[in-house]
Write a protein that binds this ligand. Sequence first.
Ligand SMILES: Nc1ncnc2c1ncn2[C@@H]1O[C@H](COP(=O)(O)OP(=O)(O)OP(=O)(O)O)[C@@H](O)[C@H]1O
Ligand SMILES: [Mg+2]
Length: 370
Amino acid sequence: MEIDSKKLIGNFVNSIKDTLKLGSRSVVGVDVGLSAVKVAEIEGNKETKEYKLISYASVPLPEGAIIEDEIQDEEVIVEALKQALLRAKVSSDNICLGISGPNTVARRLQLAGGSDEEIEDQVIWEAEQYLPFEIEESAVSFYTMGENEGGGVDVLVAAAKNTVIQQYKAIFEKAELRLKILDLGIISLINVFELVMGAKLDEPNQSYLLIDLGAQKTEFIIYKNNMIVFSKEIQVGGVMITEEIQRQMGVNYYEAEDLKITGDENGNLPEEILEIIDDVIEAFFSEIKKTIDFYVSSTSDESLVGCYVTGGSALIPGIIEGLEALLGVDVGILNPFEAIGYNEKKFDEEKINEIAYRGVSVLGLAMREL
Ligand SMILES: Nc1ncnc2c1ncn2[C@@H]1O[C@H](COP(=O)(O)OP(=O)(O)OP(=O)(O)O)[C@@H](O)[C@H]1O
Ligand SMILES: [Mg+2]
C-alpha cells in the first residue's frame, strides 16, 4: 500500500500551523493522568528563559476512569477537564495536550540527512520498521535535533496511533474546546528538565536518568549530549500501593489514598502501610533495575552521572534512598520552581509543593510556544 508521507506528517503538525494566525501565543497545558486532570498556563520567553506560572488546577479522577492508559469513561474526563479549566481561569484557548502510553512512541534516529523532504522520507522509512503499530493508522512527527558526528542528522520521532488522537479529539469536542497541539509526555518532562538543569547539561558524554513516578506508570528517560537517547514507559506506579492497601485493609480507593498520603490521625504512616509500601517498592526497583540493565547492556553506556525524579510517587517514603542504592549515583528531586517563577499571592507553599512533584509534565506542556 502506498503511503502518503506528507499527509502523515501533516496530520500531526497541521494543528500547530492553524494557530499561527491567532493573536495569543501562550498555550494551556493539559495532562490527563490516572490520578487527575491537570491544567497549567505559563507566561514565558524562550529567549531569556524567564517563565512564570500564572494558573494551575488539578481535578482528581475517580477510580477506574482510566485503566492502563486507556480511557474508560469519556464523560468523567470531559467533566474534569471543563472543571479544571474553569478553576484555573485560563486566559488562552490554545490547548497543548500531552499523550503517552503503549500507543505512542518517541525514538531518536540517526539519519543520513539531506533536504527537508529527504529527511521526511527517511523518517517514514525508518518508522515503518520499528513502529509497534501500522504507520497507516498513526500520525508521525519529528524534531530535527542537529547534526551528528557521522555527518548525518539526529531526529526525534514522535508517533501516536490515530485511535488515541481521535479519542482525545472527541473528548475536547465534547468539552467544546479545540485541541491545538499534541505533544508526548516525555518531551514535556524534558522541557522542564532542560530548563532546570541549564548549562550543566552541556557537559559532553554525561548521562542523566530522569524518572517520572506517576500513579499508573513510570517514565524512564536517559538524557545525554543534549538529547533523549533512550526512553521507556514501565507499568509500575503508585496505584499499585493504593490497590494493595485496599485489598489488605478492606478500605475503598479514596480511603486507601488517604492512608497512603496522610497516614493516621496523627499524620503517621501505620506499620501495616509501611510494610505494604516496602513490598511494592521492591517490585518498582526490580523493574527499574531491569530497564537500566537493558539500557546499559544494549548501549554499553557507563556514563550515568545523576538521576532526577518527579511525579507524585516520588513522595513514597524510602524511594530516593532505594534508587540511590540501586543506581550508585546521586538521586534528587527535579524541582521546576528552581527555574519557573510564580505569584506568591496566588499560590501558597502547599500548592507549590504539590505542583513541584505532580505538575512537571503539565508545566512542560504549558511552556510550549505556538
Ligand atoms: N505523599 C505521598 N506519598 C506517597 N504517594 C503519594 C504522595 N502524594 C501523592 N502520591 C501518589 O502519587 C500518585 C499521583 O502522582 P501523579 O499526579 O504524578 O500521577 P498521574 O500523573 O496522575 O499518573 P500517571 O502519570 O501514572 O497517569 C498517586 O498514586 C498518589 O497516591
Ligand atoms: Mg503523570
